[in-house]
Design a protein around this ligand. Structure first.
Ligand SMILES: NC(=O)C1=CN([C@@H]2O[C@H](COP(=O)(O)OP(=O)(O)OC[C@H]3O[C@@H](n4cnc5c(N)ncnc54)[C@H](OP(=O)(O)O)[C@@H]3O)[C@@H](O)[C@H]2O)C=CC1
Ligand SMILES: O=C(CO)COP(=O)(O)O
Ligand SMILES: [Zn+2]
Length: 348
């Protein structure tokens, strides 16, 4: 009997462009949602754009979060229930978006993604990434019903947030290699379509590197388009595999042992240089990854991340413990191998 089936969930409306934040309520109207919105944000996004969102709705309560955690999810669930909200609006970077994504799943309601930074590819994805103790959970959740990505707002965000988004996309190269490896060695389910889309997204971004410069709204446009496309690849796969391999395990481990040191995208970019070295050796393509990151102004060394060499090695040797996801790190790399990889690639 034929027993394959798939259910791909994608956003219904994706608005991207200059000033589209002011079309948020129109985009919501198109979704025929019932009830009032509830805004989930964090301090800077709230300061920058909170009122522009609130001004478009008659009745809207909000909560501002300092961090992504299961506690924050509970806080949003309780506050949204209290407000009898019909749906959530997530305004900010990856943290409020991930928290709102998971809370909307708990509340059985939809959410709208309104990124204020082109810093990560969770803007559209159907995954919510939440740390807990020594591990990190990549929880399945519905993707947003709509995405409203205002390139004027995104272009005004600190440039490092945009370079973090570029690096999150460039890391797709190694994420896809890890996924293919896990498919070959561990029979992990692989989607050709999602893998190809993820890789093509990285190639297109690297191909546009010359147009990605601070102060250009065009840069925010190119990077956001890539982030949306990468999120769609995750939604098609039903997992973060197309965009998260060993380089992400390394970054998640850094978040645990050196919290707040560097942006997610910057950490995965540096991780990707080293994991590409593990994949293809000293003469391999790690130099292409390093050069692409460097052209876009993203960090390529421990120094540029603001993280000391010992912490880099500790994260690299223990990254495989973060979660049950087979990658090129296998059951762990030795300290000597980690030092050699980090030294040859110039990370330390
Ligand atoms: N679910 C998924 O598929 C994915 C999830 N992620 C997750 O997303 C997170 C990383 O995203 P990231 O955006 O870096 O995290 P944050 O939401 O923490 O944002 C990074 C920083 O940027 C600030 N910020 C956001 N927008 C602006 C703006 N317009 N102007 C000035 N400052 C701004 C935030 O301020 P403030 O501190 O005030 O909030 C924060 O300090 C990680 O937790 C990662 O795991 C990443 C990729 C995919
Ligand atoms: O950051 C992500 C993809 O870029 C999400 O991946 P995780 O599932 O590793 O959190
Ligand atoms: Zn990422």
């Amino acid at each position: 009997m034929f027993d394959k089936s798939t259910w791909i969930k994608l956003p219904r409306n994706v608005l991207q462009g200059h000033g589209v934040l002011d079309d948020l309520s129109a985009a919501v109207d198109e979704l025929y949602l019932s009830g009032d919105p509830f805004l989930v944000t964090s301090p800077s996004p709230n300061r920058i754009a909170g009122d522009r969102v609130r001004d478009q709705f008659d009745d809207i309560d909000s909560v501002s979060l300092d961090r992504a955690s299961f506690e924050s999810v509970e806080r949003v669930v309780d506050a949204a229930r209290e407000a009898d909200a019909g749906y959530l609006i997530a305004l900010g970077g990856g943290k409020p978006i991930d928290v709102a994504k998971m809370a909307s799943d708990r509340l059985d309601c939809g959410f709208i993604s309104v990124p204020t930074a082109a810093s990560h590819d969770g803007i559209v994805s159907g995954r919510s990434s939440i740390p807990e103790g020594d591990t990190r959970h990549s929880v399945a959740a519905d993707p947003p019903l709509a995405v409203v990505a205002d390139t004027e707002l995104l272009a005004e965000a600190p440039w490092e947030l945009t370079t973090a988004g570029c690096a999150d996309i460039i890391s797709n190269y190694t994420a896809v290699k890890d996924w293919e490896l896990a498919h070959r060695l561990k029979n992990v389910e692989y989607s050709e379509y999602a893998g190809a889309l993820s890789q093509m997204t990285a190639e297109m971004l690297v191909g546009s590197a010359d147009s990605i410069k601070p102060g250009l709204e065009e840069s925010a446009w190119i990077v956001t388009k890539a982030l949306v496309s990468s999120g769609v690849a995750m939604s098609i796969a039903g997992s973060s595999r197309p965009a998260s391999g060993a380089e992400h395990l390394f970054s998640h481990q850094l978040d645990r042992i050196a919290p707040g040191s560097a942006l997610h995208g910057h950490q995965v970019g540096v991780g990707s240089i080293m994991t590409e070295y593990f994949h293809s050796g000293a003469r391999g393509e790690w130099t292409d990854i390093r050069d692409a990151l460097s052209t876009m102004g993203a960090p390529t060394t421990a120094d540029e991340l603001g993280i000391d060499d010992e912490t880099i090695i500790e994260a690299l040797t223990t990254a495989h413990e973060i979660r049950d996801r087979y990658t090129i790190l296998g059951n762990g790399v030795s300290e000597e191998a980690a030092i050699e990889a980090a030294t040859i690639t110039g990370v330390i």
